[in-house]
Design a binder for this molecule. Structure first.
Ligand SMILES: [Fe+2]
Ligand SMILES: [Fe+2]
Length: 298
């Protein structure tokens, strides 16, 4: 039988659909595949449409920073595929619907990985064509370090927030670009990042809906980002953690020319994501902290 469940329902109700056996993994994976295919674009054509002579110094800095930041997405997607598959096997006996959610997530990571590879390759190729500092092999290998494993809900919320930050930043780069080709590229990447955000929200919501994961994990990670001086402030924070384990792309941006934080817009989107994932409404960083403390029983 052909699956007739709408994409919107899959996004909003993934756990329920699987728990009620209204859809199976093959149907969900087809939905992921066809949506991915529909949204594909050509990196070669996108680069050809940009007039390199027409770009400002600001455009050039934005391209260079974004190209480096995108290098960290491959290890993120590689890790997600591995961890979600391991989680799938962990839940297979006790909660088969949740195991299927994990497998849907692990499988989708291949589309995510491929879409991020378009961002990385396009932006770094543009950097080279513009004669900007090339990413050397040492830096590339450093940026490929894999983020340490964490609880799955925390991981998905962190990734949703990362995609929100990327969406807002790319939208800003698109808004200031004057060259139509570059504007189109930044808009396209922003649209991809927004879709990734939607997927992460959907998977995170499914974990909370399964009742196997407490919303407190989602609030803990959000607090880490939205608190005063938190991760959302990226490389402008006064105290960046020194770590050898991996590179956070938001820490690695080099603001030779400042792009606006757009903290309010990012926070608004994060609060909306948190509401969709947990069903709990918050409207400020202080409310996130308060709710988080409540959930951990302080
Ligand atoms: Fe990206
Ligand atoms: Fe993304």
């Amino acid at each position: 039988m052909v699956n007739v469940i709408s994409r919107a329902n899959i996004v909003n109700d993934l756990y329920k659909i699987l728990a009620e056996q209204r859809s199976c993994l093959v149907d969900l994976i087809w939905e992921q595949h066809s949506f991915h295919e529909k949204r594909r674009w050509s990196a070669v054509e996108m680069i050809d449409a940009i007039d390199l002579e027409n770009l400002t110094e600001f455009d050039r800095v934005n391209i260079w920073n974004a190209g480096r930041a995108e290098l960290t997405t491959k290890p993120g997607a590689d890790r997600l595929a591995r961890v979600a598959d391991a989680e799938c096997r962990r839940w297979q006996e006790s909660n088969p619907a949740l195991a299927s959610v994990m497998q849907a997530c692990s499988t989708w990571s291949r589309y995510w990985n491929e879409e991020e590879s378009f961002h990385e390759s396009t932006l770094n190729r543009l950097s080279n064509l513009l004669g900007l500092e090339t990413v050397n092999d040492r830096v590339l290998i450093e940026f490929r370090k894999i983020f340490p494993d964490d609880d799955m809900l925390r991981t998905l919320v962190l990734l949703a927030i990362s995609e929100i930050t990327a969406t807002v930043n790319y939208s800003y780069c698109a808004s200031v670009a004057q060259d139509p080709g570059l504007k189109k590229l930044f808009k396209q990447i922003a649209a991809d990042e927004a879709q990734h955000m939607t997927y992460f929200i959907s998977f995170a919501k499914a974990l909370v809906d399964s009742q196997e994961y407490s919303p407190k994990g989602a609030f803990a990670v959000t607090h880490l980002f939205v608190r005063e001086g938190g991760e959302l402030y990226g490389s402008k924070r006064q105290h960046l953690e020194q770590r050898d384990s991996h590179v956070n792309w938001w820490d690695a941006l080099e603001y030779k020319i400042t792009i606006p934080d757009n903290i309010e817009r990012k926070q608004g989107m994060i609060f909306s994501a948190l509401r969709q994932i947990t069903g709990i409404e918050v409207n400020s960083a202080a409310e996130v902290e308060q709710k988080w403390l409540e959930l951990v029983g302080c």
